[in-house]
Design a protein around this ligand. Structure first.
Ligand code: HPA
Length: 284
């Protein structure tokens, strides 16, 4: 884990580069998880930049991810998309996105829209379904804020997923006639899939979906002062809930099947943010 001083130097360099290359920041950043990459093709006037050019960004290595940012507009909304995230199961560290998210906040981003692929714990929310994240369970009880100083580290997580942004996503789903579930996302460390007994335990805790990402980034984003929205694409029924064996290939395959619908919904959600009064006034 790199120390805060080194990280801050990397963040300074990253923010300068973002300003130099792209000017003022978009209000909205989107983290594209498995299955959501199709949204990149919706970005107009897209400029691409590899994470390798951004000192505070991670260099993840998971199949199915490209490590770059894409800056442009969807409708009237400027956006920066992050293709690729650092997962805790890659290194054991859950701080991998700290530099990237703090850089985005320093640049001027206000909203972090996270997307992911998840296993479903709800029989009526099968593969291909989309779920708006209302709350999360940090099952590993790991925090990317361990070692931070100051009272800001005691982040209030009681409204981690922004109520106004959730309301916006639901309106867009309704307008598109799209079934959008809403529920609790449970973070499992991975990289192994869960056991059926773990899934029964998560269900008893109140989880509706399970996955290996998102939660550390939500904690980091709330600490940084970003508003957070989360969308999960169900790629499979969670362990023990279907006869099918769980494999990474299966999740990627289902993600590809549903990717177009997910991307088009995501595009409409982002475009609609241009109308959101709280974002407009904050930018003025
Ligand atoms: N478990 C954990 N992560 C996942 C799953 C799952 O069933 N599906 C997609 N990502």
């Amino acid at each position: 884990m790199i120390d805060n001083k080194t990280l801050n130097i990397a963040i300074d360099a990253t923010v300068s580069k973002l300003n130099d290359l792209f000017g003022a920041s978009p209000a909205v950043a989107v983290v594209l998880g498995s299955g959501w990459a199709g949204a990149v093709s919706l970005v107009q006037d897209a400029k691409h930049l590899s994470y390798a050019e951004l000192a505070a960004f991670p260099q993840p290595k998971v199949e199915g991810h490209v490590n770059e940012i894409v800056v442009g507009t969807i409708g009237a909304q400027r956006v920066v998309m992050l293709r690729g995230r650092a997962h805790t199961y890659e290194s054991g560290e859950c701080t991998g996105m700290a530099g990237a998210l703090r850089s985005l906040k320093r640049w001027g981003v206000q909203v972090l829209l996270q997307t992911n692929a998840s296993g479903s714990l709800r029989a009526n929310m099968g593969p291909g379904s989309l779920m708006l994240i209302s709350d999360h369970i940090n099952a590993p009880q790991r925090s990317p804020l361990v070692g931070e100083q100051g009272s800001e580290r005691f982040v209030d997580m009681s409204h981690a997923y922004d109520a106004e942004l959730r309301c916006h996503a639901k309106k867009v789903a309704q307008a598109q006639n799209l079934m959008l579930g809403e529920g609790v996302y449970c973070w499992a460390l991975g990289p192994q899939f869960e056991t059926p007994a773990e899934i029964r335990m998560f269900a008893a805790w109140g989880a509706d979906a399970v996955g290996m990402s998102t939660v550390p980034e939500t904690i980091l984003a709330r600490h940084a002062g970003l508003r957070v929205m989360g969308l999960a694409l169900m790629t499979n029924m969670a362990a023990g809930m279907s006869a099918e064996a769980l494999t990474h290939a299966l999740t990627l395959q289902q993600a590809a099947l549903s990717g177009e619908r997910a991307a088009s919904f995501l595009g409409a959600v982002v475009a609609g943010l241009a109308e959101l009064p709280s974002l407009q006034s904050a930018a003025a």
